[in-house]
Design a binder for this molecule. Structure first.
Ligand code: ADP
Length: 738
């Protein structure tokens, strides 16, 4: 793929960061420089087993893969074979019976004559950690470092932040911030992710060539067979390998490699267990002859407006058997082909290391450092990775918005959301990053199991995990700090000063290993302290000594780097489906639904002036029925009837192709989106005028049924003209951080 000028700019922008990250672990760099470095490439592979995984249902109506990574490690697991994880019973929705909508102003309740500003500048941020599960240890350390207040058993009064280990599943949180988005678990399932990326690949094939070609089973089995046959006929020397991944699996569960479509284990399993079959990347970059992947942590800080941060360091997980290109002989060698920590930990070759730059799990910065010492252009590697992350999030956001407006409808009290995502990325031999998957619940464990004697395991701290994960959680909290803006406004000088008081990033990072080993000692002592009891006041102020106007003064610089909207200019043109989702949401009509009814679709056609002599309303109805029927037969989710977002996108593509012939697809679609937004903005303006003159009684001039009126009445709900809709607007204000 040729890099456009935008990506060159991005590369330049990331240059400094990449260098800083690579320079970070000074100790690692020294060690790496002393060792012989083997950066070579290899060939292909095979699958293996996975341990029982907790499959909690995010919502009773869906069947998401909601397990928190690493849960399976709670109990020792059997040695690797090719297991099938049984779905676990649905989790009972956690109840916090006493939470009530926060009354206006409670967050800044005054006491003893202090002003609201003073009070907010001194009170501590409260965090409900009662559902943090395996991320609890890292969360506790983070809260302690921030000098915030933890509520490990939940709280009668509202907290500022709710930290959930698994998924967004509380309808009883009405305020504050939750670290999960509704629908994220569904969105990153293998099939949904593949579908979302495929839409983008149809529009922007060059930009989205970082995701292996994938087919969805069982629906696309025939297509898979036909396409493979076609390519093979054209090029008999092509000897591909494919990887089959169950949709609901994780940690390598049920994954296997095949050389031919006929090897797919169809018998009875696909209907019950849908899967994705994907081109296998046969030539990964190897280090020490081993395949490895990269786990990067990405913070989706806000959906609308879109805000994305990437952690400057991540993890690299290594296979434990030297890599060879896939052949019938080695296809089943799990330890050669699958990089999952949860699998390789069971290999006799797994190396636990106290160093972040050696062993079977290392920091990504140590890998960059090593590559850099071999002359690799790590700036380009970084900028390609950033680009992959932004593009992937852009593919996910349209449907996430639909979930969001359904779960937290505009006008009802609800929390705002943020989420840490785990991106699994493979570097090819030519250093091109490939997206393997996105985890909605990346493991935040900071310890690993050690076998003391046969069958006897103990959890011991893992330095590499702690170094990376505590920083990610702590700095996520810092970015989400609800009181930060108040403090910054109140003590602006201190915050300006701070920038100058801190040493350069590279200096600070080089001492991180030392700091973390100290933290280990402190942590193991402090974790043993009794849990904090619930306290009567929800906004207990910090003590006088804690009342530092700049409570972050003792902390290192934030490890999360903003990439969006920072690079919005380079990537905004890709957000076409996002704009389609805004249209879709506008015409959904009834709040809480995720599917468009026939009237809503007709209203969309009418309000956007898309019908014509060549596209009658009868033809529109047939289009709606055709597409809706097909999508409903493909998706498991039968909770609402009507057209899902993907169906709407398909219909939109069809309409765009009819209307703007002779253009590339993305231009056709962009033209149609522009046209729709234009007509809707005219309609909004008309409504505004009519509303002011009081002649239309609040109904759109061209609206027919009440539902049509509702869909075309965004201004009455406070929506600005053009480009947005009511749900969009409200979610904007919800997500906007104070
Ligand atoms: P899971 O959620 O079960 O971990 P992944 O999609 O992450 O599933 O795949 C598991 C492992 O298989 C990855 O960590 C990677 O090592 C390997 N893998 C997955 N997809 C591919 C691919 N297309 N090419 C090469 N290796 C892959």
């Amino acid at each position: 793929m040729q890099r456009g000028s935008s990506e060159r700019e991005l590369a330049a922008g990331w240059e400094a960061e990449a260098v800083a990250v690579a320079e970070a672990p000074a100790a690692a760099a020294v060690a790496a420089a002393a060792e012989p470095v083997g950066v070579d490439s290899g060939a292909a592979g095979e699958p293996e087993r996975k341990a029982p995984e907790e499959q909690s249902k995010e919502r009773a109506r869906a069947q998401p893969r909601a397990a928190e990574e690493g849960d399976a490690l709670v109990t020792p697991r059997p040695p690797p074979t090719l297991p099938l994880a049984k779905p676990q019973p649905a989790r009972v929705r956690g109840l916090c019976p006493h939470r009530k909508p926060r009354s206006k102003g409670r967050g800044c309740r005054r006491s003893s004559g202090r002003s609201a500003d003073e009070y907010c500048s001194q009170r501590r941020v409260t965090v409900d950690s009662s559902k943090a599960r395996t991320s609890l240890d890292a969360l506790k350390i983070s809260i302690r470092q921030l000098k915030w207040k933890e509520f490990p058993f939940g709280r009668r009064l509202p907290c500022d932040i709710y930290w959930h280990g698994v998924s967004f599943h509380d309808n009883d949180i009405f305020s504050g911030q939750v670290n999960k988005f509704p629908g994220m678990t569904e969105m990153v399932r293998k099939i949904t992710l593949s579908r979302a990326v495929r839409i983008m690949q149809n529009l922007f094939p060059e930009e989205y060539n970082f995701y292996p070609r994938s087919w969805i089973l069982p629906d696309e089995f025939q297509l898979f067979v036909a396409q493979v046959r076609m390519v093979k006929d054209g090029d008999p020397s092509w000897k591909p390998t494919f990887i089959v991944k169950p949709d609901s699996g994780c940690q390598g569960d049920g994954i296997y490699l095949i050389k031919d479509p006929s090897d797919i284990r169809l018998a009875g399993t696909l209907q019950s267990r849908p899967a994705v079959v994907q081109e296998y990347i046969c030539k990964p970059l190897l280090i020490d002859k081993l395949k490895f992947d990269i786990r990067l942590y990405v913070l989706l800080k806000s959906l609308d407006p879109l805000e994305i941060y990437i952690a400057k360091d991540g993890l690299s997980r290594f296979c434990t058997e030297p890599y060879q290109e896939p052949s019938p002989k080695n296809l089943h060698h799990t330890f050669m082909h699958l990089t999952n920590y949860s699998l390789n930990i069971h290999s006799g070759n797994f190396v636990h290391s106290d160093s972040t730059s050696t062993g079977s799990k290392r920091t990504f910065s140590s890998i960059l450092c090593r590559l850099s010492s071999k002359g690799v252009d790590i700036k380009k590697v970084w900028s390609d990775i950033i680009s992959l992350v932004i593009k992937t999030v852009i593919a996910l956001t349209p449907e996430l918005k639909v979930f969001y407006q359904s779960d937290i409808p505009a006008g009802r009290p609800g929390p705002t959301c943020f989420q840490i995502l785990g991106f699994d990325i493979l570097l090819m031999k030519n250093l091109k990053p490939i997206l393997l998957e996105v985890n909605a619940n990346p493991s935040m464990r900071i310890e690993h199991e050690q076998e003391l004697s046969p069958g006897v395991f103990e959890n011991v701290p893992s330095l590499v995990d702690e170094e990376v994960k505590v920083a990610v959680i702590r700095d996520t909290l810092r970015l989400m700090d609800p009181l930060k803006n108040k403090r910054e406004n109140h003590f602006p000088d201190i915050y300006v000063d701070r920038k100058h008081r801190f040493p350069p990033v590279s200096d600070r990072m080089s001492s991180s290993v030392l700091q973390l080993s100290k933290l280990f000692v402190a942590r193991s002592q402090k974790l043993k302290q009794p849990a904090v009891k619930e306290e009567p006041s929800d906004s207990e102020p910090a003590s006088a000594s804690d009342a530092n106007p700049n409570p972050e003064a003792h902390l290192p610089s934030i490890c999360l780097k903003q990439v969006f909207p920072k690079y919005a200019k380079q990537f905004n043109y890709l957000r076409l489906v996002d704009r389609m989702a805004n249209l879709f949401i506008r015409f959904l009509g009834i709040k809480g639904t995720m599917k468009l009814g026939p009237t809503g679709f007709r209203t969309f056609i009418r309000n956007c002036k898309l019908s014509s002599s060549s596209l009658s309303m009868a033809a529109v109805d047939i289009l709606y029925i055709d597409i809706t029927r097909r999508w409903n037969s493909m998706t498991l989710d039968q909770r609402d009837s009507g057209m899902c977002l993907q169906g709407f996108v398909e219909a939109f593509f069809y309409l765009a192709q009819r209307k703007f012939k002779m253009l590339p697809l993305h231009e056709q679609v962009a033209s149609l989106v522009d046209l729709c937004e234009y007509h809707l903005s005219l309609l909004d303006e008309k409504r505004l005028v009519c509303g002011r003159s009081g002649t239309s009684g609040g109904r759109a001039p061209d609206s027919g049924t009440p539902q049509e009126a509702a869909a075309s009445a965004p201004l009455a709900q406070g929506t600005p003209p053009a480009c947005t809709n009511s749900a969009h607007k409200v979610s904007n204000s919800r997500h906007a951080l104070s």
